[in-house]
Design a protein around this ligand. Structure first.
Ligand code: ADP
Ligand code: MG
Length: 475
């Protein structure tokens, strides 16, 4: 198998977040009640007309810029004609001739290395309705009809399942950072087609590509690619490469294999033409500038910055940029003057531990960066020990009270050797009998002395120094 080189291209569909659908005023939200988010235009009633949702176009243009694509001068849409029961118009409104973005190029990270990815195009389109199949009937649910979809098509630029999935993860993160989609695979918001071919290592021409359609998780993308590489390689090895056909397959989760659906040798002719019901819309350069300004710094860029500027480890920086709200929290801490390493430690251990435990988002978490600063400052001032700091952290979170209210000036630990010596000398003098017994072999009295010191200092004596002094004095 290692004899061959794999070539992979991806098509990634991602549902956009918006109040209303891309061409109608129906709500765009998850709805358990079938046919509840529906307007007549979604059902293709005669005489209804589509109206383009400007917010969806804006978000699509934003992603086009994130991918460093070229944007067109005019926005318009095409009709892709085909018949399917969940497509009542008999065509899908999409972009073929003039997509929101073409010729993109980005860099992603895979296995700690940077690799270039080339983007063929990214275009805005509408989702189809969905079918629910029952024993002897099938029902159509129009809730999904007209949900905005961004389809992104890469060039065949990946050479392994790892690279392909790293790209999908990169894009999921970018969609979320830009706030244009929840990009939740569990909610079916991302669906992928993968195209796989193999070729001899020294060959200059690509092999025959096989398309595996409609994969709904990145794990399945990974498995489908590896299965196809293996299947095609084995056929080639056996001299049966002519059996690798240009075809469409699907991934079967149960067996972890791909199954042939149909041949793709004769491409379907969709008879594309410009949708005459949607006027051409000029994209002003000033609008593009505005959109560009709203693009936040993305995960990989922030990770590089955290490692270079604050000396965070690759691991810690990766954990922090995993979600934009983690990274924003971290940056707020820095703005407040909290030491970066300390902020990173609190965030990646206590704070993420707590929100995972409570199953909430960081934005819902009680302990804001401002509150964290109260704790960090108190440690720095020597008012509390780091052990006390953790206790205060959990108390504040539990009781939803600001950490300050648990910090008082008399909490300071006594670490001053001289001060402790004086206290200990006094205690030993008061307990002459026990000292005698200890010296005669009653070892377990040691803890008794420690206890007396703690009692005298109301728990504030530094335990390590206390034990050191006691050991010396009792020799
Ligand atoms: P279709 O409509 O047939 O799906 P597209 O142009 O939308 O065609 O998608 C083609 C996809 O196939 C792209 O992602 C492209 O990178 C990929 N691709 C093209 N040639 C190959 C190949 N030889 N091996 C693997 N992937 C390929
Ligand atoms: Mg395709």
């Amino acid at each position: 198998m290692g004899k061959y080189r794999a070539v992979i291209g991806l098509e990634m569909h991602c549902e956009l977040k918006s109040n209303s659908k891309v061409f109608s005023s129906a709500r765009n939200s998850y709805n358990e009640i079938p046919n509840d988010n529906v307007r007549p235009v979604d059902m293709a009633f005669p005489g209804t007309l589509p109206v383009v949702n400007k917010k969806c176009v804006r978000d699509a243009l934003m992603m086009s810029m994130v991918l460093n694509c070229e944007q067109p001068e005019y926005i318009y849409f095409d009709r892709k004609n085909y018949y399917y029961p969940d497509l009542p118009k008999g065509y899908q409104i999409t972009q073929m001739a003039s997509p929101v973005g073409v010729h993109g190029k980005i860099e992603i990270e895979c296995d700690k290395k940077r690799i270039p990815v080339t983007i063929h195009d990214i275009h805005l389109e509408e989702d189809a309705a969905s079918l629910d199949h029952y024993y002897d009937t099938s029902c159509i649910d129009y809730n999904r009809a007209g949900v905005p979809l961004l389809e992104l098509v890469t060039e065949p630029c990946f050479s392994s399942a790892e690279e392909a999935v790293a790209f999908l993860e990169h894009m999921r993160s970018a969609y979320k950072y830009c706030g244009v989609s929840e990009a939740d695979t569990k909610k079916g918001q991302i669906r992928c087609d993968v195209n796989v071919s193999i070729m001899d290592k020294e060959a200059t021409e690509f092999g025959t590509r096989v398309e595996v359609k409609n994969i709904n998780s990145f794990g399945n993308v990974y498995d489908a690619i590896n299965y196809e590489i293996k299947r095609q390689s084995e056929l080639k090895e056996q001299g049966r490469y002519d059996e690798v056909e240009q075809e469409t397959r699907r991934f079967d989760e149960e067996s972890g294999t791909t199954i042939r659906m149909r041949s793709k040798v004769d491409a379907i002719d969709y008879k594309y033409f410009v949708d005459p019901n949607i006027p051409k819309f000029k994209i002003e350069a000033s609008w593009l500038e505005e959109i560009k300004k709203d693009i936040p710094m993305l995960a990989l860029e922030r990770k590089d910055k955290y490692m270079a500027d604050y000396g965070l480890s690759d691991y810690d920086a990766s954990v922090i940029v995993k979600e934009k709200e983690y990274a924003d929290y971290f940056e707020k801490c820095i703005d407040l003057g909290i030491d970066a390493k300390k902020a990173s430690n609190w965030l990646t251990t206590q704070i993420l531990g707590e929100i995972n435990h409570e199953e909430i988002g960081l934005s819902e978490f009680f302990l804001t960066p401002e509150y964290l600063k109260q704790i960090v400052d108190a440690i720095e001032a020597g008012t509390i020990s780091s052990k006390q700091a953790k206790e205060i952290f959990y108390k504040a979170v539990e009781e939803k009270k600001e950490p300050k209210s648990f910090i008082s000036s008399d909490m300071a630990q006594i670490s001053n050797r001289e001060e402790l010596e004086n206290i200990i000398v006094e205690i030993l003098a008061k307990n002459a009998v026990q000292v005698e017994q200890y010296k005669n072999g009653k070892d377990n009295l040691f803890d008794y002395f420690v206890g007396q010191v703690m009692k005298e200092t109301r728990g504030k004596a530094n335990p390590v120094i206390t034990k050191e002094i006691l050991k010396q004095r009792l020799q």
